[in-house]
Design a protein around this ligand. Structure first.
Ligand SMILES: [Zn+2]
Length: 378
């Protein structure tokens, strides 16, 4: 099997899992955060930088690579790893999320989804078979089944039809997958906020025996307590000997709370996207480096951070670069934010090892400011 999960221990205080995921391109420790490289690059970062800050697996987007430069070109280059010179593990999504969120004029049918290219307007069609073919061409270590990700909120009737279609699509994905020996295909549990549908989806998908499972359809605008409730009822339905991936979640509080609910893998564009807007995650909470009050602040973004950015550059300098739209400014904030989340996951793993993730959560939330009544969600 291309992907295997090795369980090391469960935190006695919280039930969080410490483990390792083995892939054809190495092993990474879990719970893990995966930086997102939409177009086969984590914007402004080199692969060497990502490796040096401890990223074991990165994510890339099937939909975007299919349109630009074209999955046949990536295949010709020898696959995504070679094309982008990344030696670690890669996960590609199925393209479904982008089709449902980026394109209008889409028509969902049993055979697949008809929609328009968000760049050229050209008519396109994506199906389970097509999504598998593209992902086989890209050659990531983990690929995702083609699913529908309905918006929040969605009516129960709609969600039930959607979950059932996603299960039928999952079977078609398994049959169409050409490289199970070196690419692990994960199933995606959907069902929105409805416990009965999450159960139905988990039952359908676990019966298909995927090497790993994702929980999709969260972080789509629902309140945090809904996400936590769904996780609490869904993760126990997934096999303990396989990795569990919570899609699209990357705010610091959700990473800790997701780990506590038994999640092993996370991805999100949040740290890199907000970095390009001059917003940083720090041990004392969110910091907007563009703010005028930092014009003469010659201290680092985070005095508790030992990343390249914080060891060498001041808030005043970074503020100046970001305001002047200098690429180097975005590189510095991106480096810091990714380092911050990867370090947070190291701290989470350490805390699981010592059976004190609950205590760590309390300390971290207090210092970050998540316990304040007016706390922002990142
Ligand atoms: Zn830093």
């Amino acid at each position: 099997m291309a992907i295997t999960y090795e369980h090391i221990k469960t935190c006695k205080q919280t039930g969080a899992r410490l483990g390792k995921v083995h892939t054809p391109h190495g092993t990474f420790d879990t719970p893990a955060f995966m930086p997102v490289g939409t177009l086969a690059t984590v914007k402004t970062m080199s692969p060497e930088e990502l490796e040096s800050m401890g990223a074991g697996m990165i994510l890339s987007n099937t939909y975007h690579l299919w349109l630009r430069p074209g999955s046949d070109i990536v295949e010709e280059a020898g696959g995504l790893h070679k094309f982008m010179n990344w030696k670690g593990s890669i996960l590609t999504d199925s393209g479904g999320f982008q089709v449902f969120s980026l394109s209008d004029l889409r028509k969902i049918k049993e055979e697949g989804v008809h929609f328009r290219n968000h760049i050229s307007g050209e008519k396109l069609f994506l199906s389970p078979e097509k999504a598998m073919h593209i992902q086989n061409q890209l050659g990531a270590d983990i690929m995702m089944a083609f699913d529908e990700c309905p918006p929040y909120p969605a009516e129960h009737k709609y969600m039930k039809d959607s979950v059932e279609r996603t299960s039928r699509w999952a079977e078609r994905c398994l049959s169409a997958h050409q490289r199970p020996h070196d690419q692990g295909l994960f199933g995606i549990v959907q069902g929105g906020e409805y416990e009965d549908l999450r159960k139905q989806s988990a039952r359908d998908l676990t019966s298909l025996d995927f090497p790993g499972y994702a929980i999709g359809g969260l972080s789509v605008g629902e309140p945090k307590d809904v996400m936590n409730r769904v996780l609490e009822s869904t993760t126990p339905l997934l096999p303990t000997e396989k990795p569990r991936y919570l899609m699209g979640v990357g705010s610091p509080d959700s990473l800790v709370d997701g780990a506590i609910r038994g999640i092993d893998m996370f991805d999100c564009v949040l740290p890199t996207r907000i970095a390009r807007n001059g917003t940083c995650m720090t041990s004392n909470g969110r910091l907007v480096v563009r703010n005028a009050k930092f014009a003469r602040d010659f201290g680092p973004i985070d005095e508790n951070c030992d990343c390249y950015t914080c060891r060498n550059y001041s808030k005043a300098y970074i503020r100046h670069l970001v305001k002047a739209n200098e690429t180097f400014g975005f590189r510095l904030t991106t480096y810091h934010n990714l380092y911050f989340l990867l370090k947070l996951m190291r701290q989470v793993r350490e805390a699981i090892k010592e059976d004190r993730l609950g205590d760590f959560r309390e300390e971290f939330f207090e210092q970050y400011g998540f316990n304040k009544p007016d706390a922002k969600n990142f």
